[in-house]
Design a protein around this ligand. Structure first.
Ligand code: GTP
Ligand code: MG
Length: 612
């Protein structure tokens, strides 16, 4: 193999600024990514003293040709196989800033590593072999960069030495790839003809391609603009955890998480979504450091609130007066799939976004694109490995998020199938779902909610119980009411705060104005109001028992939207189960009312609703 050196090696003075940028280098297998990374390190003088010589010597001793790619010996495995497996990270600096270069593998088997690397990057170099031309993963990686929101991309046409530094070859690749990229939303900042072998146009401009006036890779990197700081975006903090002060009678909680956008100061009013609960920030708390006056994007923080509202992990905190995140249980997404098994309609997956985890089902596949060719297929009904698709997901419960165009980090999600990440994507649109009319009311109610001074924990301690909504349901003739009333008596006798609420009690009172309203909407509104009553009683710490004839999945969904779904227990009397409804417990009823009540009581103890 001929050994040539860079025509104008550019040793970089060491007083580079402290600005940092993450770049990922992607492209088809063997197109020369690692070689270019090695070159960049060598030609910017970023290698440790003697490293280059040591690697050359080692190659000589082993009688194998020297490769610049060997310099990235992060993985021993990688060297022996000659392909990059994991995404290796190397550091170097230019006059302008510090770079963290993520060398992603080009082999299709390692697409997941490429995605991981790219999702950490602000900008990218996409490498195409001049001789081999545009290949499947040149396109696929280009498409994924667009999907992952990597906006700054320079296309590097490498191995120009193999095509005699021909401008015609370069121009043809540029024309074809520019057209392709237009469909992916990526606008390349530059096209650069280079040779990793000779060093032309890597860190120093070469003499072999005088026709190229567009600069070197290093110049293209330095020309990338930093993304505007996330501090100036609306405040976003996915709730990571809620810690309770453990000291006696201290009801304060610390809500903790990492800011994905904006800034936060004490005194500001935060709103949590999907619940819509709000309160003012009392104090900021950071680990092992004095209390700051303000925290901004990227920082991890805890804060206490004026009111002791109950918020949960997975909610997103936003600020009153700023655009709120979207909330829905149906989303239109752009998705890539890496799972060995295709993603299928109706199968249950888990979606993770920020700190939230929700069940997700593929409701529709609008179109599937073979990312390598961008050929689209409509109505495919599933998403195969390495496909990119536009789909609709329906979620097990409402999720808060932003759209990809608003805030990348609160729009990106991954899909988990059997504990393994199998895909990921971004959210394009919040679709209306059946619960929207209910949820909008709930968000407003929570926003307007006036909490008292007594916390839920204090109530629980006093009553030796957790509040719960027990819905006793079954066919018309099943012994629901007797069981419900007996259960109320039993719990009351052992000193618990419990209440049986008959549907009639609500229908002719609270629902008097809509009782005769016919049709679907009248019924759903009745259920919503029932839920609102339940919500108040649960907030008071009560165990509330309701009966309903043949509660449907839709009824349950409305109730789950109005009251905290974790507090709902469903008991089926008899065997008339309805599709889509999951029951905590099934009892026989009939002549065995006492047994049924005992069974329910045992379950309430097991679930920690009744403290022993
Ligand atoms: P993966 O990590 O497996 O995707 O490959 P890669 O893109 O990192 O390719 P790598 O840098 O390992 O280079 C692949 C082969 O191409 C090596 O044998 C290199 O020596 C060769 N190569 C890289 N750049 C050039 C170049 O500019 N000219 C010539 N002639 N060969 C090159
Ligand atoms: Mg490589």
């Amino acid at each position: 193999m001929p050994r040539t050196t860079a025509p104008t090696p550019a040793a970089i003075p060491m007083e580079a600024s402290h600005e940092k940028m993450n770049i990922v280098i992607v492209g088809h297998v063997d197109h020369g990514k690692s070689t270019l990374v090695g070159r960049l390190l060598a030609d910017t003088g970023s290698l440790p003293e003697g490293k280059l010589e040591a690697v050359r010597e080692n190659c000589r001793l082993n009688a194998k040709p020297f490769e610049y790619a060997f310099l990235i010996d992060a993985l021993s495995d990688e060297q022996s196989q000659g392909i990059t497996i994991d995404a290796a990270r190397v550091f170097f600096k230019s006059r302008k800033r510090h770079y963290i270069l993520i060398d992603a593998p080009g082999h299709i088997e390692f697409l997941k590593n490429m995605v991981t690397g790219a999702s950490r990057a602000e900008s990218a170099l996409l490498v195409i072999d001049a001789k081999d031309g545009i290949q499947e993963n040149s396109r696929r990686h280009g498409y994924l960069l667009g999907l992952l929101g990597v906006r700054h991309v320079a296309v590097v046409v490498n191995k120009m030495d193999l095509v005699d530094f021909s401008q015609a070859v370069f121009d043809a690749i540029r024309a074809e790839f520019t057209e392709f990229l237009q469909e992916t939303g990526v606008t390349p900042a530059a096209f650069i003809p280079v040779s990793g072998m000779t060093g032309d146009n890597v860190a120093g401009s070469g003499s072999r391609m005088p026709w190229h006036t567009g600069g070197t890779i290093l110049e293209a990197l330095d020309a990338f603009q930093k993304e505007p700081p996330l501090d100036d975006q609306p405040f976003r903090m996915p709730v990571q955890d809620v810690y309770k002060f453990t000291q006696f009678r201290d009801d304060r909680r610390i809500v903790a998480g990492t800011l994905l956008g904006g800034r936060l100061r004490p005194g500001q009013e935060v709103v949590f979504l999907p619940s819509g609960k709000k309160s003012q920030v009392n104090s900021l708390e950071v680990f092992n450091a004095p209390t700051p006056a303000v925290v901004s994007a990227g920082q991890t923080v805890g804060f206490t609130l004026r009111e002791q509202i109950y918020v949960q992990r997975g909610e997103i905190a936003s600020l009153t007066g700023e655009p709120p995140p979207k909330v829905s249980s149906r989303i239109r997404i752009s998705l890539f799939w890496l799972g060995r098994r295709p993603m299928q309609l109706r199968k249950e997956y888990v979606l993770r976004l920020g700190t939230a985890r929700v069940k997700a089902r593929l409701e529709a596949v609008n179109r599937v694109m073979d990312a390598s060719s961008l050929a689209t297929q409509e109505n495919k009904g599933r998403v195969e490995r390495h496909d990119v698709a536009e789909c609709v997901l329906s979620l097990g419960k409402a999720l808060a998020f932003d759209l990809a165009t608003e805030n990348k980090s609160t729009s990106r999600f991954v899909i988990v199938d059997e504990y393994e990440i199998c895909g990921g994507g971004i959210i394009l649109e919040a679709l209306p779902d059946a619960q929207k009319w209910v949820r909008d009311k709930v968000i407003l109610r929570n926003y307007k909610w006036e909490p008292g001074l007594i916390s839920m924990e204090t109530r629980q301690e006093r009553y030796s119980q957790r509040p719960a909504l027990i819905i006793v349901t079954g066919a018309k003739e099943a012994e629901k009411k007797r069981i419900a009333k007996e259960l109320e008596s039993t719990l009351f006798t052992i000193g618990r705060l419990v209440y049986y609420l008959g549907i009639g009690s609500v229908l002719y009172g609270v629902d008097a104005d809509i009782r005769s309203a016919s049709g679907e909407s009248g019924h759903a509104e009745q259920i919503r109001r029932l839920g609102e009553i339940a919500h108040i009683l649960l907030d008071a710490g009560v165990i509330l028992i309701l009966t309903m004839v043949d509660m449907t999945a839709e009824d349950l969904e409305v109730l789950r939207t109005v009251v905290n779904p974790d507090l709902i227990e469903t008991v089926l009397v008899g065997d008339h189960a309805l599709p889509g409804v999951s029951y905590t417990l099934q009892v026989m009823g009939g002549t065995q009312v006492a047994d049924s009540v005992r069974e329910i009581k045992t379950v309430l103890q097991d679930r920690g609703i009744l403290y022993r």
